[in-house]
Design a protein around this ligand. Structure first.
Ligand code: SF4
Ligand code: SF4
Length: 384
């Protein structure tokens, strides 16, 4: 936010910050290059950050490229969000053991999550945590999520160079981090400016060598943020969108998208806000031990819509429509916010490049055109 007090630290202070967090008992998670992508992993030093790397993203395409500088955070978002740390892809819920001839012992599984300190979190991913809070803390009260989330610390980094599939500017979630962080950094050539978001963040900055950022540098940060907001890879006009989508469930474009959609579920797994899950039971061969596991689920699978003897969404068109209308329309009613933070992952990681901004806009523009034509016709009839 403009006019906030900023502090400046040298980049060399970042290793010290990681050391302080480790000493305080945090497991530090940050971006690192792994398997040709930048993913969030546990890190121990600045050397593991993606120094001098950037990413290039477009529908169905992700590549890492070398930068011509040594920026530590010179990329946007990779395939992973923070979701996997708070809501693990596979989690044991409980076990049951046979006890004697007729008894059973119930074994509750309540693992204690690590205390995570996340370094390099983008504004869209912070917003996604806020969205998932509404699901797992306010609506469902999921204990593992609540504990991991409440203990976590967030050191965010503002985006100065949005990627080809980013549209956080349209969703009001970025590129500048506005809430949910302990510290928010902006990377400059040899320094970071730092905004303090919480008391914990203030203690951290006080433990580092820092100075108050001068007016010119603060202005530079504002300019970088404005420039980033103006250069989003994509845009989405959200005005009236929930109403348009929900009143046009039979629009032809759902079938057009379905001709390309492979129902592979990549978009839902990459999405930082999708929260559907399946429950799986298993027994060992002796029949003495059974377990229940929860795994990430996806509304793109046929099985996910199974209800007492039938499938409520038997076609890819129905499943894509369910996903998109939930994200951009029903989520507002259910959780009081959009289910989309504009991170662009579903566009980049869709193997056939289906683009949520393009598909929603195609329907919205068509509906608006037809509404305008009807209004023109009505006016003509009134006038004649
Ligand atoms: S729907 Fe797509 S752009 Fe929106 S938050 Fe999910 S992955 Fe990101
Ligand atoms: S929209 Fe793309 S990523 Fe999502 S299920 Fe269809 S093909 Fe897979």
């Amino acid at each position: 936010m403009k006019n906030k007090v900023l502090y400046t630290i040298n980049k060399s202070e970042l290793d010290k910050l990681i050391g302080i967090l480790q000493r305080d008992g945090y497991r530090v998670v940050g971006p690192t290059v792994r398997d040709g992508a930048i993913t969030y992993e546990e890190i121990e030093s600045v050397r593991q950050l993606p120094i001098g790397w950037t990413d290039s993203q477009s529908p169905g395409r992700y590549r890492l490229n070398r930068r011509n500088d040594d920026h530590l955070f010179g990329y946007v978002v990779g395939p992973h969000s923070l979701k996997k740390f708070f809501f693990p892809p596979k989690q044991r819920l409980f076990g049951i053991k046979r006890d004697g001839e007729s008894g059973y012992i119930f074994e509750a599984h309540q693992p204690d999550p690590p205390r995570y300190a996340f370094l390099g979190v983008r504004a869209c991913d912070l917003a996604a945590v806020g969205v998932q809070d509404r699901v797992f803390k306010q609506t469902m009260a999921e204990p593992y999520y609540a504990k991991a989330r409440n203990d976590a610390l967030f050191i965010a980094v503002n985006c100065t160079e949005p990627g080809g599939t980013c549209f956080c500017g349209s969703m009001g979630t970025g590129p500048r981090c506005s809430e949910g962080f302990d510290l928010a950094l902006t990377e400059l050539r040899t320094t970071f400016t730092v905004e303090v978001g919480t008391n914990k963040g203030r203690q951290l900055i006080e433990a580092l060598e820092h100075e108050t950022t001068d007016a010119n540098t603060s202005h530079l940060v504002d300019l970088l943020m404005d420039n980033a907001a103006e250069h989003m890879g994509r845009t989405l006009d959200t005005e009236d969108l929930p109403d348009i989508l929900l009143k046009n469930l039979s629009h032809d474009h759902w079938n057009e998208v379905a001709k390309r959609c492979m129902s592979c579920s990549n978009c839902t797994f990459a999405c930082p806000t999708c929260f559907c899950s399946n429950v799986e039971d298993s027994t060992d061969l002796s029949g003495n031990h059974a377990e229940r596991w929860r795994t990430w689920g996806s509304c793109f699978t046929l099985e996910f819509s199974y209800h007492t003897g039938g499938y409520s969404r038997s076609t890819p068109a129905a499943r894509y429509r369910q996903w998109l209308t939930h994200k951009l329309a029903n989520w507002h009613e259910q959780f009081g916010t959009s289910g989309c933070v504009g991170c662009g992952r579903c566009i980049t990681w869709c193997p056939v490049g289906i683009d949520i901004t393009k598909e929603a806009t195609t329907i919205a523009n068509d509906v608006k055109r037809s509404r305008a034509n009807q209004e023109a016709k009505r006016l003509e009839e009134v006038g004649s």
